[in-house]
Design a protein around this ligand. Structure first.
Ligand SMILES: [Zn+2]
Length: 161
């Protein structure tokens, strides 16, 4: 008889222990916030930005092609300005300067091309449009003008200071 009582008590104790454990787990989970998924641009918007980026890329590639052609003109020693028909034999110094300018421009365009490629990668990865500094979504208007932007306008201004 006494044994039975002890057993019952033990079971009750175990049950209550289990209950306490459950409560504890619940209490532990409660304060944890659910993970906040960053809400980016939707598929339609991303496709739209992708189109802008690809078009800009094409523009630059065309410009670089034109540059290559104009560099070849410089090499022949003939320089034709945009709005006139005269050509002249450049002096050695000027010729070098012109070529340097062209190279500088070409490398700047090349960098821009890299930025655009990176932006395309970010679209694929799904993290396009987020500000690198504050994590908020960059304004659509800004991305339309500067599709490779990685900073929101606020952070861009802050960095510029
Ligand atoms: Zn920002």
């Amino acid at each position: 008889m006494a044994k039975k009582v002890v057993k019952k008590a033990a079971v009750a104790k175990a049950k209550s222990a289990a209950k306490t454990k459950q409560v504890k787990v619940k209490a532990k989970l409660a304060p944890a916030k659910p993970p906040v998924a960053r809400k980016g641009f939707n598929k339609t918007e991303l496709a739209y930005f992708k189109k802008i980026i690809i078009e800009k890329r094409k523009e630059i590639l065309d410009e670089l092609e034109t540059l290559k052609a104009s560099m070849m003109d410089v090499q022949t020693g003939e320089y034709v300005t945009e709005n006139s028909t005269y050509s002249l034999h450049m002096e050695q110094g000027t010729d070098t300067m012109e070529r340097e300018k062209t190279f500088l421009f070409a490398s700047r365009e090349g960098k821009f091309l890299n930025y655009l490629d990176d932006a395309l990668k970010r679209i694929e990865k799904g993290d396009y449009g987020f500000c690198l500094d504050c994590g908020s979504l960059i304004d659509k208007e800004r991305l339309e003008a500067v599709p490779h932007a990685q900073l929101c306008i606020k952070c861009k201004l802050k960095r510029g200071k």
